[in-house]
Structures are given as structure tokens and as C-alpha cells.
Ligand binder design. Sequence first.
Ligand SMILES: Nc1ncnc2c1ncn2[C@@H]1O[C@H](COP(=O)(O)OP(=O)(O)OP(=O)(O)O)[C@@H](O)[C@H]1O
Length: 256
Amino acid sequence: MTDISTPKMTARGINVFYGDKQAINDVSIDITQEDVTAFIGPSGCGKSTFLRTLNRMNDTIANARVEGQIALDGEDIYASSMDVVQLRARVGMVFQKPNPFPKSIYENVAYGPRIHGLATGKAELDQIVEKSLRRAGLWDEVKDRLAESGTALSGGQQQRLCIARAIAVNPEVILMDEPCSALDPIATAKIEELIHELRGRYAIAIVTHNMQQAARVSQRTAFFHLGTLVEYGDTSEIFTNPRETRTKDYITGRYG
Ligand SMILES: Nc1ncnc2c1ncn2[C@@H]1O[C@H](COP(=O)(O)OP(=O)(O)OP(=O)(O)O)[C@@H](O)[C@H]1O
């Protein structure tokens, strides 16, 4: 059982470079188990770059380099002994544009548990698929069409399928990079509702350019500007009583 007072993830002194260009400058932050943490800030401030450090997705970008320390339950995720495939199951990710595999709805969810050896047979795999789709709020819409292609679903359904795919491998943390930016308001509301339901079961960090969304879904907010973390605290405080002028200017719409 996780002690809720202990951060699930800690980042200390993080710098990220793309070639010679520094995109993140000395960022330290805790991702807590019981909260949804929102990363906000103007375009290009480094929200996505920072989010990607939390499950080493920056490893996949040729000229990206990360300095500093990030721990998951106290374990250094950049240690050479860390199995990155395992890490990305423990710290799952949902992207801006829904990206289901061009396979059936069932296979989209079953693929991860199968390669990670989480099911001993078909019945158990079926159960994992159903549970994951239920948790992602999609089961009732797809239970009669599991063999159909995931890419035939609506955008909002595809995004919930991607969330089900992340859930299926028992993640501890879910990272969401602007998960609603390609969705209409109704699909967006469903994802926001889902984030509320998933809160507590998984530590969640979400990048959003939509301040109303950050205020609606998160309990902690981190405001980034030009690669630095300007302010990090309770969402209600950040939005009603920010300590820093730059935060205040941003949330009141003076720039961004
Ligand atoms: N693959 C890359 N190669 C080089 N520079 C990059 C790369 N990805 C991002 N950058 C740069 O790093 C900085 C931070 O970008 P990042 O995408 O993290 O910002 P962001 O706050 O998420 O922006 P947005 O809200 O527009 O997505 C920007 O200056 C961007 O141009």
C-alpha cells in the first residue's frame, strides 16, 4: 500500500537539452499519488518536454538529453539497470492525438498484457480487456464490437481506448499530453469525467493549454514559463491567489 504522504514520483534538478538548446531549466517537482497534477503554461514553455522525462519518452528523440534525477517510488528511472519497457508500463502515456493500433478494439487493449505476460490464458485476458475498457468508460459502447478496428471509433472513443490500453498493463502513473486537444466539447467532458474517476487509483499528470480544464480536473498545478517551473501548488491557490506575477499574468490572460 502506498503511503499517500510520499510522492509517487520526484523530479530533482531536471535540465533537458535538444542539441545545444536548453528546453527545461532546473525543474524539481513531486507527483503525488492522490492528486491530478496539471502542467500549464504558454506554448513552447516545455510542458510536454518535461512530461516526457517522467517515463523516458525523451529517449526516443535523437538529440534530446536529460540531466537530473527522477525517481518512481524512490527508484532512479534513469539508472542503467532500469528496464525502459517495464517503466513505460508502470508510467503509461496518452497522447494529444488518439493513436490506437490499426487492430481490433480487443487487440488494442490485449496487446500490452500479452507482451508483459499478465494473463495466463484467454479467459484471464478477456477479463483484463473488459476491466480496462470499463475503467476507461468505454465498455458499454464497444462490448458488442470488440473485433472491429480501433481506428473506426470516434475520436473521443479512440482516446478512451488509448486510456484503456494504458490501464491494461497496471500502470502506477498515467501521463496525459493534451489528451483533449483533438476532441469536441462532449468528448472532452467525458475524458475529464474519466480523469476524476481514475484519480487516486493512479497518479495522474496532465499537460493542458486549457486553463479551465486544469482548474476543473487537477488538485495540483505547475506553471511553466520559458523552460522554468515558475510556481507549483494547490490548483485553487494558483488560480485564485498566485504568488508570482508571471503566473498571475498568465492566468488572467495577459499572455500565452
Ligand atoms: N524534438 C525537438 N527538437 C528540438 N526542439 C524541440 C523538440 N521538441 C520541443 N522542442 C523545443 O523545446 C521547447 C519546449 O517545447 P515543448 O513542446 O515541450 O513545449 P510545450 O510547452 O509543450 O508547448 P506546446 O503547448 O506548444 O505543445 C520549445 O522551444 C520547442 O521548440
